[in-house]
Design a protein around this ligand. Structure first.
Ligand code: NCD
Ligand code: ZN
Ligand code: ZN
Length: 348
């Protein structure tokens, strides 16, 4: 007999869809499963204003029409040129969150924020404008100039200071949390901070990335960490309501991943729910999966939970990820670890 699990339709609170042909290629994997997704603004060109977000939303809606229900939730990227007025206009255009990338820390972040100038931004009322509209500030919390494994904890003092400089800002998300120290910091400020957790940070460690042969499809920012960091992520998500799911599915053309200089980002969208069900089952935590992927994020963002459901089925046939080997322009979904087989599927 098959095992099956029916849960409220999930949402993805951190998703890269890109634009143009890439968007058309990758969006089905998300739109067929998730009710909503928070769409990251680090496109090229970037999404910097309410107007940009409006056009981008239309592009996404055109590409997802055939799946009807999928709702993109739009963000804009914070730069050193973002003004309080731009935040007000974005909020009025329906933008729900503002994304802070420290300069140069990840894909398309050259125009990001200088962490040393957060106080000045607060004095310019940029964060107050977000608070006026109850917007969420989402942070890629890594310090670009520190050693790669230390980048995340190095940002903690900056965020601590920001909590003081922007006292009215009530909802800040630390995106794709990867270390015990940051998870602990988020949990200790659970009145104002939350964290998204990706499937790949729950699944992979540094040893999977580079312990044997280097696996470019496992390379992302923040870099996956040690198994003790990973155990902490599991502990916090199993015990704390303000840790919820954001995939950070980040597609790049194959030739950008399988290259001397490999782009950061794991394209996980096609495998997310099977992989999550598999991992939660291994952690004897299938009963927390729905909260993590379908409830907590919506509650944090102050949106209603989805009304409909999806069913996950475990049967005897392995879940097979399709990918277009040989076509350099297509992204390749993140492969499983050697020898690993997943039997969970999303029922259609
Ligand atoms: C993301 C991307 O490719 O846009 N890459 C990544 O490694 N996570 C950007 C980001 O979320 O940092
Ligand atoms: Zn990021
Ligand atoms: Zn991301």
């Amino acid at each position: 007999m098959n095992d099956s699990l029916t849960i409220t339709r999930p949402d993805d609170w951190h998703l890269h869809l890109r634009q143009g042909r890439m968007l058309e290629r990758v969006v089905a994997a998300s739109a067929q499963v998730f009710g909503r997704a928070l769409i990251m603004p680090n496109t090229d060109p970037p999404i910097l204003s309410g107007l940009d977000a409006g056009y981008y939303k239309q592009e996404i809606l055109r590409a997802t029409e055939k799946w009807g229900k999928f709702k993109p939730i739009m963000t804009i990227k914070l730069t050193m040129n973002t003004t309080a007025r731009m935040i007000h206009e974005a909020a009025e255009a329906g933008v729900k969150a503002v994304k802070l990338y420290p300069t140069g820390v990840t894909t398309n972040s050259q125009d990001g924020v200088d962490l040393g100038r957060l106080k000045e931004m607060a004095e310019n009322l940029v964060f107050d404008a977000m608070a006026d509209h109850d917007m969420v500030l989402c942070i890629h919390a890594e310090h670009p100039l520190q050693p790669v494994l230390e980048r995340e904890p190095y940002v903690i003092p900056f965020i601590n200071a920001l909590l003081g400089w922007a006292p009215r800002l009530q909802r800040i998300v630390i995106e794709h949390v990867s270390t015990e120290r940051m998870a602990q910091f988020v949990a200790s400020h659970s009145d104002r901070l939350a964290a998204t957790v990706t499937a790949h940070h729950l699944y992979l460690t540094l040893d999977d990335l580079l312990g044997e042969e280097l696996k470019p499809h496992y390379f992302c920012k923040p870099v996956v960490k040690t198994s003790s960091d990973q155990s902490s992520l599991w502990w916090y998500l199993l015990h704390s309501d303000n840790f919820f799911f954001g995939s950070d599915s980040a597609p790049h053309a194959l030739h950008k991943k399988e290259a001397c200089s490999c782009a950061a980002g794991a394209f996980t969208a096609p495998i997310l729910l099977p992989l999550l069900a598999h991992m939660f089952e291994q952690h004897d935590a299938l009963d927390t999966l729905e909260e993590f992927v379908s409830h907590r994020g919506a509650d944090f963002y102050g949106m209603e939970r989805n009304y409909d459901t999806i069913t996950l089925v475990k049967n005897n046939h392995p879940f097979v990820v399709e990918y277009n080997e040989g076509n350099d322009e297509l992204p390749r979904p993140m492969p499983l670890r050697n020898g690993e087989t997943i039997y969970w599927h999303v029922a259609r």
